[in-house]
Design a protein around this ligand. Structure first.
Ligand code: MIC
Ligand code: SF4
Length: 644
């Protein structure tokens, strides 16, 4: 029996376990990336491990999230990351150089390699044939130190692409279609592998758009083959030697195959407030809009920007619309400036933003009250834009650009003449002058790490007690995102290295008083529905609840990265054996996790006694030996410390 691409990548990096679906595997990590919003914590944890130099083939620290500097905090964090990077052997991508995933694809990604990033959209690298996964900062810190990354051997789903995208229909519509089919929890425990004749019609940036937003499926990652198109892209980036071929064997077996005919796709949009709430643009109709934002790690390549500039050329942004554009990298922005496309955008009235995440993470450009904003981004969770009652629609750059001109949601297929061919350049403009090379091993001693006053220590869990007697401090529904648990945005992000300050914002959208209640009542357990913790890789969504005294989360199911982050910090993720029990528990019920320690150690079902209702429910843990140790010692840092 032959292998799929994903299996080949796993096989060549397997250091522990067997490739048996659903069981734990350990992978060797070749490359890591961090960004600044998760990076400060990741490097604090790396420092806590006491390792001198990173042991990966390549590690890069990017500054792209917290680039609004309306106080000293972000700039201090940047300085901290810059100095750690210099000392510990990590390349440093300076603010202004671009969004981590876009720059990594352009300058560092290599087919056949593994990449672990402290950002959930790390699977962008799957567009170039990498096994690229998002994880919590602590997992990335361990990988930087040469440690193994543990995950569950996933099922492999093949998306079989046939046909060719038609005029003004784009890669974004492909991934929106996949989201419509699979939903935001359809990818959990799976790798999505693209194949079929249609693959040949897609350029690397288009493939990267698709693998990027595979994160919204909850998938472990997504991957494309590495073929002649990949080779041409790498050659144009002056990195032809980084290419290797990667394809599935003829007789590879998949757990599921989904057929998508690219020729049949139409422009789509994900409506508020979930990326899988997808409908054709035509069906939604010409709704009035207030804002259009183009950019983010999903859609900010030169290819996307050239199409946008073409649509805007000689036109004017409608008076009711504010249009912002953030090209994804310095490479993209410089090339747009040189070929005149930037002038077309500016001339049409676009507000050009720096090459960074910007509005995607609520760093500016919040829409007006009840505003409707079309965005080429990947997430439209309620409140993420910074305006609680705004409605965000996720669309392609083509739909965004024509709608900005028309002032209403518009279908480019109807509004424009047939699309001309947009070719990628044979040579990208290459200038890595904003990537700092670390100090040599010999000079590392002369570099001092600079800690700003905003940097506080990392909270640590406590060793597990035999039984936990507490209360339900919060009950939430399905698909709770990490943006619900630990919101981001311009006011909060500067405090990513200050957990005590962050704690006041925890779960604010679900329960105004969550933080105060925790402080008053000494924390408790959280009860959740399906897919608890989907979205970002931010470990703050575990560290802040830990700080507030949350001991366990009992849910119907969990998202992969968040579950890992909970265990790493010593919070116990448990699932209902009978999902109907979810309905029987209420907020503030007094509960006991009876003999939880011995139940975890002996792989027994766990009993949750509901003292208020006089009932008992059975819960499953299903932890590996490694996870048991982390929970018993109160988190990965404690456990590692205990082994020294
Ligand atoms: C996001 O898109 O939500 C982020 C901000 O990039 C996060 C990381 C973070 O919270 O810092 C992600 O996707 O992992
Ligand atoms: Fe940045 Fe948005 Fe991409 Fe997250 S999803 S890495 S915030 S551009």
């Amino acid at each position: 029996m032959g292998y799929t691409i994903a299996e080949k990548l796993i096989k060549s990096h397997l250091v522990s376990g067997e490739m048996k679906k659903g069981t734990e595997i350990g992978l060797k990590i070749d490359q890591t990336l961090t960004q600044d919003a998760t990076g400060t914590m990741a490097y604090l944890q790396f420092e806590a491990m006491g390792i001198d130099r990173v042991k990966t083939e390549l590690s890069v620290a990017y500054i792209d999230h917290n680039t609004l500097q309306n106080g000293f905090e972000n700039a201090d964090d940047h300085r901290f990351i810059q100095t750690v990077a210099k000392k510990r052997g990590i390349r440093f991508s300076r603010p202004g150089n671009g969004i981590c995933h876009q720059v990594h694809l352009e300058r560092f990604g290599k087919p056949g390699k593994t990449l672990l990033g402290s950002d959930s959209h790390t699977p962008t690298g799957g567009g170039i044939g990498m096994l690229a996964m998002g994880a919590g900062g602590l997992d990335v810190a361990v990988a930087m130190g040469g440690g193994t990354y543990y995950t569950t051997m996933p099922e492999i789903v093949k998306i079989n692409l046939t046909g060719k995208l038609t005029s003004w229909v784009s890669a974004k519509d492909v991934i929106l279609k996949v989201l419509e089919i699979l939903t935001v929890k359809g990818g959990v425990g799976k790798i999505i592998e693209y194949g079929g004749e249609g693959v040949k019609t897609l350029s690397v940036p288009e493939r990267a758009t698709i693998t990027n937003m595979g994160a919204e499926l909850g998938a472990t990652t997504s991957v494309f083959p590495s073929d002649e198109i990949t080779k041409a892209f790498l050659k144009a980036q002056n990195r032809e030697e980084d290419w290797t071929e990667l394809k599935a064997d003829e007789d590879a077996v998949y757990d599921k195959v989904i057929d998508i005919n690219l020729s049949e796709l139409v422009p789509l949009a994900a409506m508020p407030h979930m990326p899988d709430n997808v409908k054709p643009v035509d069906e939604i109709g010409n709704i009035s809009i207030d804002q259009v934002c183009i950019g983010s790690c999903t859609n900010s390549s030169l290819y996307d920007m050239m199409k946008v500039a073409y649509i805007l050329k000689g036109k004017k942004v409608a008076p009711n619309v504010s249009l912002s554009i953030a090209p994804g990298s310095k490479q993209v922005l410089t090339m747009l400036a040189e070929n005149g496309a930037l002038a077309d955008m500016i001339d049409a009235g676009a507000r050009i933003l720096e090459s960074a995440c910007g509005p995607c993470i609520g760093m500016g450009q919040s829409p007006n009250s009840k505003g409707i904003s079309l965005r080429t981004f990947n997430r439209n969770f309620e409140g993420r834009s910074g305006t609680a009652d705004a409605g965000i629609y996720l669309v392609s750059p083509e739909v965004a650009a024509i709608s900005a001109v028309k002032g209403v949601l518009s279908n480019p297929v109807k509004e424009l003449e047939a699309m001309p061919e947009f070719k990628l350049p044979e040579k990208f403009l290459i200038n890595d002058n904003m990537i700092e090379i670390p100090a040599s091993k010999e000079d590392a001693d002369t570099v001092n790490i600079v800690y700003g006053p905003n940097i506080k220590s990392v909270p640590l869990g406590k060793a597990l007690e035999e039984s936990i007697s507490t209360q339900v401090i919060l009950k939430v529904g399905d698909n709770i995102t990490t943006d619900h648990i630990m919101p981001a945005g311009a006011k909060i992000l500067p405090y990513r290295s200050n957990i005590p300050h962050l704690s006041q914002f925890c779960f604010k959208q679900c329960d105004e008083n969550f933080s105060e209640n925790c402080k008053k009542m000494g924390g408790g357990i959280i009860v959740g529905g399906q897919n608890y913790g989907q979205g970002s890789s931010r470990e703050h969504a575990a560290l802040v609840p830990l700080y507030l005294g949350v001991k366990a989360v009992v849910a119907k199911s969990f998202a992969r990265i968040h579950k890992g982050n909970l265990i790493n910090s010593g919070i116990i993720p448990l699932t209902f054996i009978n999902p109907d029990d979810y309905g029987k528990i209420d907020k503030y019920d007094k509960v006991i996790l009876k003999n939880i320690k011995s139940s975890i150690l002996n792989d027994e079902d766990i009993t949750l006694v509901n003292e208020t209702k006089g009932e008992e429910y059975k819960l499953a843990g299903g932890f590996t030996e490694r996870q048991k140790n982390m929970l018993i010692f109160g988190g990965l840092l404690n456990y590692t410390g205990s082994q020294k």
